[in-house]
Design a binder for this molecule. Structure first.
Ligand code: NDP
Length: 313
């Protein structure tokens, strides 16, 4: 089987990957996009997206992703649905990539848009009540529970940020922390402690979530006394960290200790010229659809410049 050489291969299919594809295809880079096993990424498990500019009435996550795919295809992006790039070799040029359908390909530029996955507690209720009051993003879903009592689980910066964000919308926020201290930065810890409507439950874990059609409450276990308590809440926000999907780039692309790709500030350039990173795979701070889309645009523009400067196009 002959091995095709592409000008631009995009790995990943969230807002970052599809935005890179729209820009790259309109610039005649003839991009091919591999969606991975979860086409559309994290927005596929989101209900209404109300904060993406341009949708005054909001849009449901899967519909937005279908529109982005359509828009990318309209300009000629070849989309390989459900296929995962599972191996790359950036030590040779063109770069070499392998997909799990057996395809091997060469690429002059690669845009990494593999995203990050929220970590979950691993309890059955997370499946039962997915999109029914259990969420991994307060900025995305908090608004739907304004004026209601909610809970956040986690003790890091994300949990602290989500709890303080929700405290502006909700009369009471229960913060569930499994240890006796927060891991969050000092400034965030202080912010949590100073917010009068955040109630911290130390040494506590979520044993179960109550409700069948909607979240009605959480069942906590104190891991020191083994006592159970039920707390009525309308939503539970899981904020126990994210895992960037960057394992296949290990030892090739620079990443921080938790696996987030490192890009040169203000650009999508990685440590390897011709490989660009965008979206949540390189962003542990903002993690929004709009910021992912913005960096996807940057990655495509950087790829186009690289191809021009190296006389490949
Ligand atoms: P972290 O890994 O820092 O924290 C995860 C928290 O979740 C910890 O308190 C951990 O508990 C808890 N946890 C993990 N698993 C479970 C579980 N199964 N049940 C209950 N609790 C659990 O993740 P974050 O997402 O908070 O932060 C990741 C990185 O991103 C950090 O470096 C952070 O500083 C950074 N960040 C920066 C922001 C900013 O600059 N604005 C905003 C958000 C994040 P334990 O402490 O017991 O291990």
């Amino acid at each position: 089987m002959s091995i095709l050489t592409h000008k631009c291969v995009i790995v990943g299919s969230g807002p970052a990957g599809y935005t890179a594809a729209i820009y790259a295809s309109r610039a005649n880079l003839d991009p091919v996009l591999y969606t991975g096993h979860e086409p559309g990424g994290q927005l596929m498990i989101t209900n209404d997206v109300e904060n993406f500019p341009g949708y005054p009435n909001g849009i449901v996550g899967p519909e937005m992703m279908a529109d982005l795919e359509k828009q990318a295809r309209r300009f000629g992006t070849v989309v390989h649905l459900g296929t995962l790039i599972n191996k790359v070799d950036f030590s040779q040029r063109p770069f070499r990539l392998w997909a799990d359908d057996g395809t091997e390909m060469l690429a002059h530029t690669v845009v990494v848009a593999t995203g990050a996955s929220a970590k979950w507690l691993g309890i059955e209720a997370e499946r039962r009540l997915a999109n029914k009051g259990i969420s991994a993003c307060a900025v995305c879903d908090g608004f739907f529970y304004r004026k209601q009592v909610v809970a956040v689980v986690g003790g890091g910066d994300t949990a602290a940020e989500e709890a303080t964000y929700l405290a502006k919308l909700c009369p009471e926020v229960h913060l569930i922390v499994r240890k006796g201290a927060l891991r969050a930065s000092k400034i965030m810890q202080e912010r949590v402690m100073k917010t009068s409507n955040i109630r911290v439950h130390w040494h506590s874990e979520v044993a179960d979530v109550l409700g069948t059609e909607a979240v009605e409450g959480i069942r906590l276990i104190n891991n020191q006394t083994q006592e159970y308590t039920n707390i009525p809440v309308a939503a539970l926000f899981i904020a126990i960290g994210h895992q960037p999907n960057t394992q296949i780039f290990k030892n090739q692309l620079d990443m921080d200790e938790t696996g987030y790709l490192i890009t040169k500030p203000g650009t999508a350039h990685t440590n390897i010229e011709g490989v660009f990173a965008c979206g949540d795979a390189q962003d542990k701070v903002y993690r929004q659809a709009i910021t992912a889309a913005g960096t996807g645009c940057m990655a495509a523009l950087d790829a186009e410049r690289y191809l021009t400067e190296n006389s490949i196009i």
